[in-house]
Design a binder for this molecule. Structure first.
Ligand code: BDR
Ligand code: CA
Length: 313
């Protein structure tokens, strides 16, 4: 049986590939549930997209929940300019079959953690941290069930991708991020410093298309759409494939390298709101609170991803 994880997500094409990667590795990862959050697109779409992915993977045994529809303090900002109107543009999705669970996603997180052994569950976060912070605020005692939180978000040497200082997931809900980064829980971060080295080039997308299964076709379609925005923005060979880094780290941690450093979230400045301020060079006496990755074996990452996508229908 695989290691128990919860996936908190705002699909998003890159979230989609992360979810599919996790669902394709049942011997290593036991996906106990997927919780949608508002982010790339509003919640009614992110929860629907999560159900579409469970359908595509043939894994309707994995329950999907809707969490928070807006950040804790700020108004929601979305990213249709990157992800398209649905959030997962680029593939012609069939009618969704997997139902949405009735329970609120935050309550599902709390109940799952409360029922778990100490440190049993790994939380994988692919979007704004609203649901996780809300669970920690509503039921602080649920933290004992968490072994680690592995997150995509932030950036330091690469700066931001939504403002000069802030990455999208952190900027959408900086207050939630502040709660999580001050939780004293074991944290691992996949920032832009890693994901900007993991480019979905035409060659790599071609490998997915060549798998010959529906999942490969869907992923190639989504990434081709996703690429049109980022290739123009960055002048790179392909879009950074952010979110699957979180799942790839659980499957093959040796693909990544980094350093444990103090990280804090800027929540008061207008100019740098949502910045992940990292004391990379030890200029303060703060204790390190987060393992921050900044290196990736990009070929190994795409090989792992594509091989797993090939296992799905
Ligand atoms: C993050 O923001 C979203 O647009 C992506 O899905 C990813 O989680 C990258 O900044
Ligand atoms: Ca995401």
């Amino acid at each position: 049986m695989g290691h128990p994880i919860l996936i908190d997500t705002d699909p998003g094409q890159d979230d989609a590939l992360a979810i599919l990667l996790a669902l394709a590795a049942p011997e290593k990862l036991d996906v106990r549930g997927i919780i949608a959050v508002a982010g790339n697109v509003p919640l009614p779409l992110t929860q629907k997209n999560a159900r579409r992915l469970v359908d595509l993977a043939g894994r309707d045994d994995v329950p999907v929940y809707a969490g928070c529809s807006r950040p804790m303090v700020r108004d929601l900002i979305t990213a249709e300019n990157v992800h398209g109107r649905t959030g997962v543009d680029g593939y012609d999705w069939p009618k969704t079959k997997t139902p949405l669970q009735d329970q609120h996603g935050v309550d599902f997180i709390i109940d799952t953690l409360m029922a778990a052994d100490e440190g049993e569950i790994t939380l994988c976060t692919l979007g704004p941290l609203t649901n996780i912070a809300m669970a920690l605020v509503k039921a602080p005692q649920c933290a004992r069930g968490i072994g680690e939180i592995v997150m995509m978000g932030g950036g330091f040497f690469e700066g931001g991708n939504t403002t000069p200082a802030a990455e999208f997931n952190i900027l959408v809900d900086p207050h939630a991020a502040h709660v999580v980064f001050n939780s004293a829980l074991p944290l691992t971060l996949m920032p832009l410093d890693v994901t900007h080295k993991a480019l979905a080039t035409a060659y790599r997308i071609g490998d997915m298309a060549a798998l010959g299964n529906e999942t490969g076709r869907a992923c190639a379609g989504m990434l081709s759409y996703f690429n049109r925005h980022d290739v123009e923005k960055y002048g790179s060979e392909g879009a950074p494939l952010h979110d699957p880094c979180v799942i790839a780290y659980l499957l093959k941690p040796e693909l990544f390298d980094g350093k444990k450093v103090p990280v804090q979230i800027e929540i008061s400045s207008g100019l740098t709101l949502g910045m992940t301020v990292m004391d990379w060079w030890g200029t303060t006496a703060e204790d390190p609170n987060c393992m921050v990755m900044n290196q990736i074996d990009a070929d190994g990452y795409f090989d792992l991803l594509t091989a797993h996508l090939g296992r799905l229908p």
